[in-house]
Design a protein around this ligand. Structure first.
Ligand code: AGP
Length: 610
């Protein structure tokens, strides 16, 4: 995730841009920049580091101008650097662009532009946007941006200013990268998220997918990309203070659940594109020949991250035919594990500071294993100590219960499985292309899955008094059953168990009665029939079944008492879409039971002690 802000009005733009970037720092902080226009001259200042580092760069010589844009970046591929920081400019530094999201076809665009003589200064996808807009410099800025956008594939939010349009700010949104316009008196604002606007205005216009807006101090015009005028009344933001930090959501957990389409998109960003089948993870720190020489992979993690590791086992063994072990980190570190130089150890950790996971990772390194971490926090202990890192890019996760970091971890282990499969020549490139296409569709499908929130709250209202839940899943969905049960336990304090559905008859079936709801993860796929017969066993004992099933599956209704539809996708990509309803069920039950869902009792966001 990255943060974008923009201003046009009667005051110095920097006076809005810099504080606005601070308000968006949760969206990223490894590099930052600002561009302003004054007297027809574009002035761009940017630096690696946090926004305070940008402010230090500007100290004594603040940028002038009543038109400006700003950006704060979250680590993507490669190292953060001054050159890769936004804003990016065209060849003659007469226009500047800031961007959040994915440009999937930037490689071919960059090649075509270079062939036309455009010179690039960075390794980012974002920079191609500036050069594409430059191609249409004879047009007014809004037309030029619209024309350029037609050549971009992917999902993105853009803000652009140009030297010859001294009070015009053009913004554009495609896909799930958010943009909100703030309406002032003689001034207009734009930001990736509402907190940056508060203190300046409460009148907002949320830009929808496929819309382009032209802002001047006197007002805003919104059109669709085909030029159709959009008439939309502004809405008034009712919150201030901490409610603003939650962007109006009642809890950070719910906000972070709903951020998942964007965070999944960012985990994929620049690592895969629609052309496929290449998977680019330059920060992996291992070459394909290193990957081909491995004879085992060990995942080590705790809690929710351990559940993501279990998903990873299924995927790596399926696509790369590489034996995989999955260990709870606190067990691994004390069991004298057998690892050597041909073993790849992959610690998974949102915080990168979990004591058990750090210790397990160090144990593996001491025994000669290569270590590649899957981690969400740039510069965390785990990231620094590993040979390579796959950053999940979920942005800061404030809710103690991990939600968006979990789905980002699942996407990361999926990318790792594909990368290993291709490097070891076990994964057919045609299948890899199909899988990548399915991955790129997940953000939109996740948005669809999240629309079930109200229906899931209705289900929760029926069971808020229950004392036990059972979660069942098979294959890839067994880890999801464990995760659903953990979410419920840690958020609502209801006891819940996750079980492999095939294990029912070996004991847990004794638990079934009409007081214990059974959440069954039963999307269509290779285990569907087996799952259906497990549900028959539950029903035969008066159990109440809440089934997560593929949207449009009517057959399951003969067995399940309640069905939560999950959008259809390839079986190996279903875990991301199943996670969302499980998170929402736990969230709504926790709220109904009056629990502190953002800071559940006895828990800490990062367990930095044994
Ligand atoms: C997740 O909801 C829990 N809060 C907890 O299990 C967490 O996943 C675990 O402590 C691991 O944390 P990490 O990912 O930061 O290492």
């Amino acid at each position: 995730m990255c943060g974008i802000v923009g201003y046009t009005g009667h005051r110095d733009a920097a006076g809005f841009v810099l504080p606005g970037l601070h308000r968006l720092e949760y969206r990223g902080y490894d590099s930052a920049g600002i561009a302003t226009i004054s007297g027809g001259i574009l002035d761009v200042r940017k630096t690696i580091g946090k926004i305070v580092d940008l402010e230090a760069l500007l100290a004594g010589d603040p940028p002038r101008g009543t038109l400006g844009i700003g950006h704060t970046r979250w680590a993507t591929h490669g190292r953060p650097s001054d050159a890769n920081a936004h804003p990016h400019v065209d060849c003659r530094s007469r226009l500047a662009v800031v961007h959040n999201g994915i440009i999937e076809n930037y490689r071919e665009l960059r090649k075509a532009l270079a062939a036309e003589g455009h010179r690039f200064r960075s390794q980012t996808d974002s920079e191609v946007i500036a050069h594409l807009i430059e191609r249409h410099e004879g047009e007014d800025l809004a037309t030029a941006v619209g024309r350029a956008a037609r050549e971009l594939h992917g999902a993105y939010a853009i803000a652009c200013i140009r030297h010859d349009a001294p009070d015009t700010l053009v913004v554009l949104r495609r896909g799930s990268s958010p943009l909100v316009i703030g309406l002032g008196h003689g001034e207009m604002f734009v930001a990736s998220d509402i907190p940056a606007l508060l203190g300046h205005t409460r009148e907002i216009l949320v830009l929808e997918d496929g819309e382009l807006a032209m802002l001047t101090p006197g007002g805003v015009t919104v059109r669709t990309l085909d030029g159709t005028l959009v008439e939309r009344r502004p809405t008034t933001v009712p919150w201030d203070g901490e409610a603003a930090e939650r962007s109006g959501y009642p809890h950070f957990m719910l906000k972070e659940i709903f951020e998942q389409p964007e965070t999944v998109q960012n985990t994929l960003r620049e690592r895969v594109d629609a052309e496929g089948p290449e998977v680019r993870i330059p920060e992996l720190g291992l070459k394909d020949r290193d990957l081909a020489g491995l004879n085992r992979l060990c995942f080590v993690a705790c809690g929710t991250s351990w559940h993501a590791a279990l998903v990873g086992k299924y995927l790596v063994e399926t696509f790369a035919r590489l034996p995989v072990e999955v260990d709870i980190a606190s067990e691994f570190r004390y069991r004298r594990p057998v690892v050597d130089g041909r073993v790849l150890t992959v610690p998974i950790s949102q915080s990168g500071e979990t004591a058990d996971t750090l210790a397990a990772s160090r144990e593996a390194r001491d025994q000669g294993s290569r270590v590649v971490a899957i981690c969400n926090v740039v510069g965390s202990s785990l990231a620094r100590e590993s040979d390579g890192v796959i950053y999940t890019r979920a942005g800061i996760e404030i809710g103690v219960a991990s939600t968006k970091a979990f789905t980002a971890q699942i996407v990361a282990v999926t990318l790792l499985a594909l990368k290993l499969g291709l490097a070891r020549n076990f994964l057919d490139p045609a299948l890899a292309r199909q899988l990548i296409k399915g991955l790129l569709e997940l953000p939109e499908l996740l948005s669809v899955a999240l629309r079930q929130s109200d229906a899931i709250r209705g289900i929760a209202e029926r069971f808020a008094d229950r004392r036990n839940f059972l979660y069942l899943g098979r294959g890839l969905h067994f880890p999801l059953a464990l995760e659903g049960a953990l979410k419920l336990k840690e958020i609502s304090y209801i006891h819940a168990e996750g079980y492999a559905a095939g294990e029912m008859k070996h004991g847990p079936i004794a638990l079934i009665d009409r007081h214990t709801p059974v959440v069954a993860i039963a999307p269509q796929g290779s285990m569907y029939e087996k799952m259906a017969s497990n549900l028959e066993e539950v029903k035969a004992r008066d159990g109440f079944v809440i089934a997560l099933a593929t949207d449009g599956d009517d057959e399951i209704r003969a067995t399940a008492d309640v069905v939560v539809p999950v959008p259809a996708t390839m079986e190996c990509l279903q875990p991301v879409l199943v996670a969302a309803p499980l998170q929402l069920l736990a969230y709504h039950l926790g709220v109904l039971r009056g629990c502190d869902v953002d800071q559940p009792r006895n828990l800490a966001k990062s367990v930095t002690v044994e």
